[in-house]
Design a protein around this ligand. Sequence first.
Ligand SMILES: Cc1cc2nc3c(=O)[nH]c(=O)nc-3n(C[C@H](O)[C@H](O)[C@H](O)COP(=O)(O)O)c2cc1C
Length: 328
Amino acid sequence: MLARRRLPRPIFDYIDGGADDEVSLRRNAGAFTDYELVPDVLNDVSETRTEIEMFGQCTRWPLMLAPTGLTRMFHGQAELAVAHAAARHGLLYSLSTMGTTRLEDLAQAFAGPKVFQIYIFKDRGLTAEFVARCREAGFHGLALTVDTPVAGNRERDRVSGLSLPPKLTLKSLFSFAVHPSWSLPALTGSKFDLANVSHKVDALASGPMSLFDYIGGQFDRSVGWRDVEWLAREWNGPLAIKGVMTPEDARRSIASGATDLQSRRAPTGWCACPGRSDCGGTRCGGRCARRDLRRRHSARLRRGEGVGTRRNRLLDRTPLPIWPGSGR
Ligand SMILES: Cc1cc2nc3c(=O)[nH]c(=O)nc-3n(C[C@H](O)[C@H](O)[C@H](O)COP(=O)(O)O)c2cc1C
């Protein structure tokens, strides 16, 4: 409600909306109500811990802030505002390739655990460049998004008149005008830019719109498992596949060199690959509860037990333990 009041309609719809009739969006959000918390009674809970390890890093909570493209549209400080929120709460932060902050600037401002969300572009050299830059900047992991070979048909954006980069159209003018707290900083604040790829277009000596054309033209529908193997070799570090939805694809991800999985669809969430990135207490002074939790989850899954029923339906055919997480 607060966001709806504060943001011009096209911006709110970009964040809040889904594809077509938003059936999947409603189902995914609604799926969280299917969760039932089944307590293990008569366990010693005098000391509880919420720490978990993701991408080889201990975080205070089993949560992460997922990557969002074009964050400058939502907040004057763009990705840095979100990263600072992550830092305040001890969460993992992920920066989108389509972010409006340079990954180097983000890494400099945010010392906490951070992941870069990457794509395998038609120009594999561009992807390899991201890998090298992330390594140099000190990112702890990569998350390869695999569920956007084609862009969603976002009808709300068509109706509300959202354009990229944001422009005042007759349709959206009124909504921008009645939200000066958003519009004025947007007009006067930092430049709206796909900061991580703009140098490519500068090199091509083209105008600002062609930046979006350039990146739009880089999405590669032919990407396959061999490309994942290639990326895993290039990066040689914690790598999540973002957008996996079936146990078969989960297995193929791990077989192709991924160490973690990230699912958009609630309530699947995060799976941590056994034995790959357990810090064993070395970086968190023994407070990391992950190994213990994982062992308990694995045992329960082997026995066909567990928490959320949908989650089990997905998992009863896979040996991977799963952590609660995000999904849309
Ligand atoms: C406004 C917005 C922008 C997003 N941009 C990206 C993106 O650039 N790359 C990506 O992999 N996922 C992107 N996502 C998907 C999120 O990272 C996340 O997977 C999804 O929102 C599910 O998590 P949630 O249920 O917590 O929203 C975006 C989501 C939203 C709402």
